[in-house]
Design a protein around this ligand. Structure first.
Ligand code: GRF
Length: 224
């Protein structure tokens, strides 16, 4: 039985770059289509535009420097331990990876089982990893897309929550295809967060089931 929330879901976003997915989630929260509160935006890159976006919206944008840990055999785990401390201080319930260019370790994964999501610009399990729009074109795919999934220790391997497909056009370049996919990313990531906030995601093994919305939901607004 899911418990009806009276407070907003506490979300943290980890981002290394541009932050357009962060922006999409911020916009959806501000528009009232996502009932959540971003309590921390954290980056491993000091100059990440994502941090700037956060601050523009009055959100805490925190740079956590990986350098002090570099060279240690457990550098990634030690870094994640520091992140975990911040996430716990903020009582974070859901972590969103949004263009976070660092592999998360078991330290974070185990602390946020089925409570950490990632967005990836391919129809997983095709094309995990990097440069995936280019790979989709080179492979001759007719359809590409994006995936929101829960994060497990295997990169881009966790249970799939939502996907959206787009056509691959004959004259697509990696950039034009990436832009078409990105439009869909900006729709499905906020939608996945709202489904989580409503307690409607049920994970069974690799499968994520979306349970029917409850008519007695607190909000009168529905996700787009
Ligand atoms: C997006 O394409 C996302 O799917 C991938 O990294 C990119 C991040 O873009 N994981 P942005 O920083 O959200 O604009």
């Amino acid at each position: 039985m899911s418990i009806k929330r009276t407070d907003a879901l506490r979300v943290a976003v980890l981002a290394s770059g541009r932050g357009s997915n962060l922006q999409a989630v911020i916009d959806a929260i501000e528009a009232g289509t996502v009932q959540a509160k971003i309590v921390a935006v954290i980056s491993n890159k000091k100059e990440a535009p994502a941090l700037e976006r956060a601050r523009r919206h009055g959100l805490s944008g925190l740079f956590v420097d990986p350098k002090p840990y570099a060279g240690r055999p457990d550098s990634r785990e030690a870094y994640d331990r520091e992140l975990l401390t911040v996430l716990r201080q903020q009582d974070v319930e859901l972590v969103l990876l949004a263009g976070y260019m660092k592999i998360v370790t078991g330290i974070l994964v185990e602390a946020f089982v089925n409570r950490m999501m990632n967005i990836h610009p391919s129809l997983l399990p095709s094309f995990p990893g990097l440069d995936v729009q280019k790979k989709a074109i080179e492979w001759g795919c007719k359809v590409a897309g994006c995936t929101v999934h829960f994060v497990t220790e295997g990169v881009d391997e966790g249970p799939i929550i939502l996907q959206a497909a787009v056509p691959v056009l004959d004259d697509d370049t990696p950039d034009t295809l990436a832009a078409r996919i990105l439009e869909q990313e900006h729709k499905i990531y906020p939608r996945a967060v709202q489904l989580f906030a409503e307690g409607r995601l049920r994970v069974e093994g690799r499968r994520v089931f979306i349970e029917a919305g409850k008519p007695e939901r607190e909000s009168t607004r529905s996700p787009s």
